[in-house]
Each structure stands twice: as structure tokens, then as C-alpha cells.
Design a protein around this ligand. Sequence first.
Ligand SMILES: C[S@@+](CC[C@H](N)C(=O)[O-])C[C@H]1O[C@@H](n2cnc3c(N)ncnc32)[C@H](O)[C@@H]1O
Length: 179
Amino acid sequence: MELFVGSEHSETYQKYRPTYPPAMYDFIAEYCKTGTGSLGSAVDVGCGTGLSTLPMCKYFQSVIGTDVIETQINTAQTTHRQSNLSFCTSKAESFAFLSDCSVDLVTVAQAMHWIEQEPFYREVKRILRPGGSLVVYGYGIGTLDNSDADKIIDKASLTGEVYIDSLFLVFTNIYQEQS
Ligand SMILES: C[S@@+](CC[C@H](N)C(=O)[O-])C[C@H]1O[C@@H](n2cnc3c(N)ncnc32)[C@H](O)[C@@H]1O
């Protein structure tokens, strides 16, 4: 987690991390609408510097980005200014500032591997409105033309020895509460 601490890191993160395809946010918004029938509020958990949060402002009345690292949130706040967007320093395992059944969509972009899953899912179930959605997405792992090298990369990425990402996007999970 120290990986994300420090304003210098956050500024570099904001400058060089890849963004996500706009078509993907069209898809997420459409999907969300099938659940609650409205695009009222969305929460982007582990939002970092807001690269995954800002695109949702086009669709939702209110968007909140949350991250456990204060410097990430500070950079998000100074970089992205929209009337329907706010950021908050908060752990993914507790959303004390959000009331029950208040959110249409929770997203986690490239951050699920950092989050303690049981308390997180409990909180997601609490804050989602009936029919609300949880969408977890991120980058896929790149492959090479060399199967031996791929095996090493797979092992390293699974054990966390090396952190590798690419621009290939995969949805790792999509979930919708029963309405
Ligand atoms: C790889 S970054 C992804 C940032 C952003 N979602 C994006 O796609 O650019 C992962 C983020 O998760 C945050 N994070 C890690 N553990 C967390 C936790 N338990 N609660 C909230 N945020 C967390 C880190 O501080 C970091 O900013």
C-alpha cells in the first residue's frame, strides 16, 4: 500500500496511468440503468487520482470517488473539478458516510486486489439500492509470443513479485442486487 503514498507518486500516477475506453462507461451506465432504473449516485472505490471516477460524471447526478490514501484524494480533488463530483478519503471496508440503500452503482477499477473482500461486500450490500450494481474492472495481463516467458509473467503477477499491466481491459465481475 505504501506504493500509493506521497504527493509525488500521485502526480506521476495521474500523468502516466492509462485511462479507460469511453464505450466502457456507456456500457456500465446502461447496465446500471437496467437494475435501479435511475442514474442517481455512483461511488468509485479505490479511485486513486480519479482517472476512473471522472468519466462517470457524464451519466450520474452525483459521483463520489473514495480512496484510503490521502495524497491520491488530494491530487484527485485538485485535478478534476465538476459540480456533480466529490472525493473522500475512506477505506473500502467501511462507508460510514453513506446511508443504507442510497447508491445505484459501486465501481472498483484496478483496485479489488487491495481490498479486504468480506467487509467490503457487506458494505456494498448495505449501501446499494434494490437493483443496484457492483462493477469490478481492470486491465488484463499482456501476453508475449513466448510461452515460457508468459508462464513467468503469470506466476509473477499472481504472486505479486512483479506488477505488470497493459491496456487490455477485462471485466472481472459484474453483480446486480435483486430488485
Ligand atoms: C491501481 S490504483 C487504481 C486507481 C484508479 N481506480 C484507476 O483505475 O486509475 C489502486 C488504488 O486503490 C487504493 N486502495 C488500496 N487499498 C484500498 C482500500 N482498502 N480502500 C480504499 N482504497 C484502497 C490505493 O490507494 C490506490 O489508489
